[in-house]
Ligand binder design. Structure first.
Ligand code: ADP
Length: 479
């Protein structure tokens, strides 16, 4: 099949979260399976400067209608491997910035324009490059306008650019909501700014466009697919989702084993496998050192890696700060984001420097060291579409401590209640997390049982093959 993907992140060129990992692994796996794959992302400053993108060359000069203006852009492309072409949609005014979505304090004011331009540029490049796609697959709100813009361009030019469209919701909490005035920049027919179109309580909602107008809608876990039909998790779009349940599928993300595999990982100080965990002990020693913890420490080390947001349950961890102060346990957190959360975690680390370590930066190498060097991985999310770190941690033999929501339910089961369990589960509240942390101490205190759970974690198969086959079946079925 000829498959075109469009997303705002793609590992390794631009990543702020799991979206990049998912799109990178999925498109790479499709290429390996013999499909002809094109992936479009914005030509962000960091993406263009990435050493892996050094071969990118200008291929097309495009003009895009935006309201009553025409804006030009360049499309660069290169082929990182057989069957895979990466396209960067460039316009300095929009994408030559230090960060992808905002200045660190708040979102950029022209995000509606930036991602309208991106979507229009994708469609225009598909047209002039004559990509002849079977499937156009967009991801998250930044690509939400694609299904509509594609059909509009086809109508205008009298051509077929893609047989079917698929749209994946990686997180329904991010919707791309903008003032009504931005609608004019889409050049879509006036009637599309209505309840049955992009309008959402007087504003423009990009995500809603993807949900309503794609031929098929997917999200990243079966549990999240059910949750987003409810007011508790639907973030106001549950009614819109309900209109598409017949075309909605939850497909779990996988683990990119080229990046996340303790047996081959070059970012960790020693490699290891379930059969020989001596390398994991070396990683633990390196992590203790990196955190400034006592070298001979023998209790449990709990790791946490996430964007610091409410979603990730950071406040539940902070509400249990006394646990980490008082109990025989070490906590290392790697994360950036919410300034108050960052400050409170840093204050806790200053209060008990030998027990809690806070690493407030984006650091790929440190994230691998934490996965490999910890005994437990903490992820008490309030909601979690799929989540990747709980899968990485199982692969690395670090037992996940997670809340019972979304993809966490589909990838972890509780070792205290299930004989084949691989983790410790709690409800997304501080008291339940406290109970889970006590169970961490108990499980770690029983070395034999800990080892059995750890072996079960490491025996799990989270490869992308299962997900890629499921997407292929969905594509075929839609055609
Ligand atoms: P989300 O997509 O909601 O952020 P996921 O668990 O699905 O959450 O994926 C997060 C990805 O981002 C993981 O690969 C994780 O290791 C990575 N990550 C998050 N924060 C950091 C950080 N500070 N440094 C390095 N990697 C990070």
């Amino acid at each position: 099949m000829k498959i075109v993907h469009a997303a705002s992140e793609l590992y390794p060129y631009m990543k702020t979260g799991g979206l990049a990992d998912a799109v990178g692994a999925l498109t790479g796996t499709f290429a390996d399976r013999g499909h002809e794959v094109s992936v479009f992302i914005p030509g962000y400053r960091d993406a263009l400067a990435h050493p892996a993108a050094a071969a990118a060359e200008r291929r097309f000069r495009i003009k895009v209608e935006m309201g009553n203006q025409y804006l030009s852009g360049d499309v660069l492309s290169f082929s990182p491997k057989k069957n895979l072409t990466v396209y960067f949609v460039c316009r300095e005014e929009f994408f030559d910035r230090r960060l992808p979505y905002g200045n660190g304090e708040r979102d950029y004011e022209d995000n509606a324009d930036r991602f309208t331009f991106f979507c229009k540029a994708v469609v225009e490049t598909m047209r002039i490059a004559d990509l002849g796609a079977d499937i156009l697959h967009g991801h998250d709100w930044q690509a939400g306008l694609l299904p509509l813009l594609l059909r509009e361009a086809e109508r205008r030019f009298g051509v077929t650019l893609a047989m079917k469209t698929v749209f994946t919701i990686h997180n329904i909490a991010f919707q791309g909501l903008f003032p009504a005035a931005t609608f004019a920049r889409t050049n879509l027919p006036e009637e599309m700014f209505s309840m049955d179109g992009l309008e959402y309580y007087g504003q423009v909602n990009f995500l809603k466009g993807g949900i309503l107008f794609a031929d098929r809608v997917t999200t990243v876990s079966p549990t999240y697919a059910r949750e987003i039909q409810t007011p508790e998790f639907g973030c106001g779009l549950e009614g819109v989702i309900q209109t598409r349940v017949d075309d909605l599928t939850g497909l779990l993300n996988g683990v990119d084993s080229a990046v996340w595999n303790p047996a081959t990982d070059r970012l960790i100080p020693a490699r290891y496998s379930a059969a020989d965990l001596s390398g994991k002990r070396a990683c633990r020693a390196a992590l203790l050192k990196a955190c400034g913890f006592e070298a001979g420490y023998t209790g449990p080390v709990v790791g946490m890696i996430c964007r610091l947001t409410e979603q990730k349950g950071v406040d539940l961890v902070l509400a249990n700060a006394d646990f980490f102060v008082g109990e025989d346990c070490r906590l290392v957190v790697l994360g950036t984001g919410h300034k108050r959360m960052e400050a409170e975690l840093q204050a806790l680390a200053r209060e008990v420097p030998g027990k809690v370590f806070m690493c407030a930066r984006l650091d790929e190498t440190m994230s691998h060291l934490i996965e490999a060097g910890s005994d437990f991985f903490l992820m008490p999310s309030l909601f979690e579409p799929c989540g990747l770190n709980q899968m990485y941690s199982q692969v690395y033999g670090s037992i996940p401590v997670v809340s019972r929501v979304g993809g966490l339910v589909d990838t972890v089961s509780d070792a205290d209640t299930d004989e084949s369990g691989t983790g410790i589960m709690c409800d997304p509240n501080a008291a339940s997390l406290r109970d889970a942390l006590s169970r961490v101490l108990r499980l770690f205190g029983d070395a034999e049982r800990y080892s059995r759970v750890q072996q079960r974690c490491m025996a799990r198969d989270f490869s992308w093959m299962a997900a890629a086959s499921a997407y292929e079946a969905l594509y075929r079925d839609s055609l």
